[in-house]
Design a protein around this ligand. Structure first.
Ligand code: GDP
Ligand code: MN
Length: 372
């Protein structure tokens, strides 16, 4: 079974292989929110189970959240070698000085694991194997003995990497071999392993686990079940972001805004039973949508618990960079607890939807009168 790059990277990171920060996005607005939170140029990468994404257009760069939204929508529309793209990995963009290639797999003929490595990694590795096979070095660790760090450095030396890279390169090769054995892999690969001004980093990760061993790696298999679309989001023409739990309640909240002379900027339904994490995500999405001047969060707790909502609000506000007023209407299941949490954090709330909608429109009008 082959794993998504994002899952392989979790494993590689756990074993100490250096990586850049990355997060999975399942729809464009989420990519935008992640990019905004990371606040650095990012690479947006299709998560599919085939290689050659770079050449197929499944890897794109974005300098800001707006670009991330755009390229994420493009990639999510794509099919790569017949595979629909449902997930993206949003990762800090590495400044690449050089691309190497290292892989551990099984040489069926030799009936042994083999390490293949080259100082010329990247998307052309298959061509290199055909045109210049001598540039790919092969090393056969003894499967009955422990693979030792000095052997890994020996591989690095054979790759003819600069002397200051032999030790860090050897370390990564040693760890990759460890991943290979520990996870019963058919293949554990880093292509490209990139040299950046900050050192070596795994820019890509491939992990294929032997099917007969999957029962030993249940947690790994679980990680492949990404949830698609946690929230429903529609961009509108106005400037008041409307968030609600349940489509009906969200539509009603939009009507209330209209009735008071306001214009909704978003329809965002967080659904029933929205967790703290989803509230956080929803607020991030609307706060990163430029036209939004005021947020109207309308929650009537049922399955959704008011205290979870309150905690989500606080979590989201902790790292918001834009100063946007939020009007909260919070009632229903666990309302006492939820309201208490907001009070403690000094965040005002309403219990009447009518009052809250009116207030949101008033604040928006004031901001506009001030020319903001
Ligand atoms: P693959 O085509 O499916 O193997 O996808 P990779 O993740 O290997 O990416 C393909 C190519 O995109 C790499 O060889 C790099 O040249 C480029 N690339 C990927 N990530 C980055 C990055 O963070 N920064 C830069 N500058 N290029 C990247
Ligand atoms: Mn690759």
């Amino acid at each position: 079974m082959r794993f998504f790059e994002s899952v392989a990277k979790q494993i590689f990171q756990k074993e100490g292989i250096p990586l850049l920060e990355g997060h999975v996005a399942n729809y464009p607005e989420e990519a935008m929110a992640i990019s905004s939170e990371m606040n650095v140029p990012v690479v947006v990468k299709a998560q599919v189970l085939t290689g050659g994404r770079g050449k197929a257009g499944g890897i794109k760069f974005a300098n800001n959240p707006g670009e991330a939204l755009k390229v994420a929508s493009e990639i999510l529309e794509m099919e790569i070698k017949g595979e629909k793209v449902n997930h993206l990995l949003i990762e800090e963009k590495a400044e690449i000085l050089h691309e190497f290639f290292i892989t551990v797999s099984v040489d069926r003929g030799a009936r042994r694991p083999v390490i293949l490595a080259s100082k010329e990694g990247g998307v052309e590795i298959e061509n290199l194997a055909k045109t210049n096979p001598e540039k790919i070095i092969k090393y056969y660790p003894n499967p009955l003995l422990e693979f030792l760090p000095y052997e890994a450095r020996e591989v690095a030396r054979k790759m003819e990497v600069p002397s200051d890279l032999i030790s860090p390169m050897g370390d990564i090769i040693w760890k990759l071999y460890k991943v290979f054995t520990k996870y019963d892999a058919d293949t554990a690969e880093i292509n490209p392993l990139v040299l950046t001004p900050d050192g070596l980093i795994a820019a890509d990760a491939k992990l294929v686990v032997e099917n007969d061993s999957l029962y030993r790696h249940e947690d790994l298999v679980q990680r492949m079940h990404y949830k698609k679309k946690a929230v429903d989001f529609v961009q509108l023409d106005g400037d008041i972001a409307v968030i609600g739990n349940g489509a009906g309640l969200t539509l009603t909240a939009m009507d209330m805004i209209k009735l008071n002379g306001g214009e909704p900027a978003t329809f965002l339904d967080i659904g029933g039973g929205a967790s703290e994490q989803i509230i956080n995500q929803a607020l991030n999405i609307v706060l990163n949508y430029d036209p939004v001047k005021v947020v109207f969060l309308n929650v009537l707790g049922g399955i959704t618990k008011a205290d979870d909502v309150a905690r989500g609000v606080i979590a989201a506000l902790a790292h918001v960079k834009r100063d946007v007023p939020i009007v909260i209407r919070l009632t229903g299941t666990n309302e006492k607890e939820g309201q208490e949490i907001l009070e403690k954090a000094g965040i005002p709330y309403e219990t009447s939807m009518e009052k809250a909608a009116k207030k949101a429109v008033e604040i928006c009008n004031e901001l506009k009168a001030e020319g903001r």
